[in-house]
Design a protein around this ligand. Structure first.
Ligand code: ZN
Length: 152
């Protein structure tokens, strides 16, 4: 192993104790690299122990509340009206497909046997949508149900 390759690989690893065998060998043989590696490890250890700058108090709470206020972080990015209108649109298109020209043409071409598979596919799409809505809004749905149960 060449010195350059050793240093490149040495900079890339996080855990200096678990170096590869060829790297350990090079560090053992090469005095220049072993000195540099030792110095780097010491420097890294000092850095990991903490920065010389100490905050008087933690600013993470302030930053988080500022982020929440700016609504950059919001639990529900899609509003309920949007979820419901998209769902209604899918449901409405399932109902309306029976009257569409292309579906009537397809039925005439392939016979009434087409109705069942198309219904299955459309039903699956609607179920999938319902699953996505539930998965995305699980927490808010849960709290709504819990509040409802408390009132009972
Ligand atoms: Zn070397």
């Amino acid at each position: 192993m060449k010195c350059e390759k050793f240093m490149t690989e040495f900079m890339a690893i996080d855990d200096y104790e678990n170096m590869g065998l060829s790297m350990k060998l090079h560090q053992f043989i090469c005095r220049r690299c072993s000195t540099e590696a030792r110095e780097l490890t010491t420097a890294m250890r000092i850095l990991q122990q903490g920065t010389p700058f100490r905050m008087k108090s933690s600013i993470s709470d302030k930053v988080m509340s500022a982020i929440i206020k700016r609504e950059a972080f919001s639990e529900n990015r899609i509003t309920w009206t949007n979820w419901i209108s998209i769902g209604s649109l899918i449901f409405l298109s399932i109902l309306l497909i029976n009257f569409s020209d292309s579906f009537i043409w397809l039925k005439a071409e392939f016979g009434a046997d087409l109705t069942i598979p198309v219904s299955v596919v459309l039903g699956s799409i609607f179920s999938l949508y319902a699953m996505i809505v539930t998965a995305v809004n699980y927490e808010s749905m849960k709290s709504v149900v819990e509040n409802y149960l408390k009132k009972m």
